[in-house]
Ligand binder design. Structure first.
Ligand code: 1PZ
Length: 215
């Protein structure tokens, strides 16, 4: 059978989970946010083991959030909004330096949130690229514009080397598993506004609560 992460990736599935992320009043459901990331990790794993150090960290963070979601205070973690309120009101977040709450939901989600911006930039480049477009270049440009500023030199270096191992655009589209290139492009066009909205809502919430620099 294998674990969920081993199964075949399909872009449609990720699209579906990101669709489920937003509630009627535009709150972000943690359960579906996490499920969206699970799907993305499945994709990353199907690209090969050189990306293992990246997926390992993401799996770790997902695990932290799932544990909170299934824990005794799980009902407080239904949405990102309720999580933030609950953790702040109960002093469960290290706000300025690492202390007794190194694995708060708030700081853990912030790491994924920053990575979501990279994803948005990367997928937009992929969507608008030509057949000869280099995925490694699109990936590193997106990374340099976003996530890299939060990473120390060694991580940036390792990430840069991993990007060079990315397959070309045709193989990349193949792994996405939604049919011919035009269909992948169309699916990306559907997925991007959803990812972007989830990102924006989280970004506004974190900015409003001054949570953008959580250690
Ligand atoms: C398709 C190619 C995939 C490229 C993915 C681009 C992101 C590169 C990130 C490389 C960093 C991984 C090593 C771990 C770094 C952690 O230190 C940081 C901060 O966490 P802390 O140390 O503060 O607990 N972790 C992150 O920044 C989260 C990174 C998550 C990356 C998820 C990528 C998922 C890719 C999906 C592919 C479609």
């Amino acid at each position: 059978a294998g674990t969920e992460e081993d199964q075949k990736f399909c872009l449609q599935e990720v699209l579906d989970t990101f669709k489920l992320c937003l509630s009627e009043n535009k709150e972000v459901y943690l359960e579906h946010y996490v499920a969206g990331w699970r799907g993305l990790i499945k994709f990353l794993n199907s690209l090969g083991s050189v990306f293992g150090f990246i997926s390992k960290d993401a799996v770790n963070k997902i695990h932290i959030l799932v544990t909170l979601l299934n824990g005794e205070s799980g009902s407080q973690y239904v949405t990102v909004q309720s999580m933030v309120t609950y953790e702040l009101e109960n002093d469960l977040v290290d706000l300025t330096k690492r202390g007794s709450h190194p694995e708060s939901g708030c700081r853990t989600l912030l790491r994924l949130h920053r990575a979501l911006r990279w994803l948005e930039l990367f997928l937009e480049r992929l969507r608008t690229s030509s057949e000869e477009g280099k995925t490694s270049v699109m990936c590193s440009e997106a990374y340099n514009e976003s996530l890299s500023q939060f990473h120390p030199w060694v991580v940036r270096k390792a990430a840069g080397m991993a990007f060079c191992m990315l397959p070309g655009r045709p193989a990349f589209f193949e792994v996405m598993n939604v049919g011919p290139a035009e269909q992948v492009v169309a699916k990306l066009g559907e997925a991007l506004p959803l990812i972007s909205e989830v990102y924006q809502i989280t970004e506004e919430l974190y900015t409003r609560q001054s949570l953008m620099d959580l250690p």
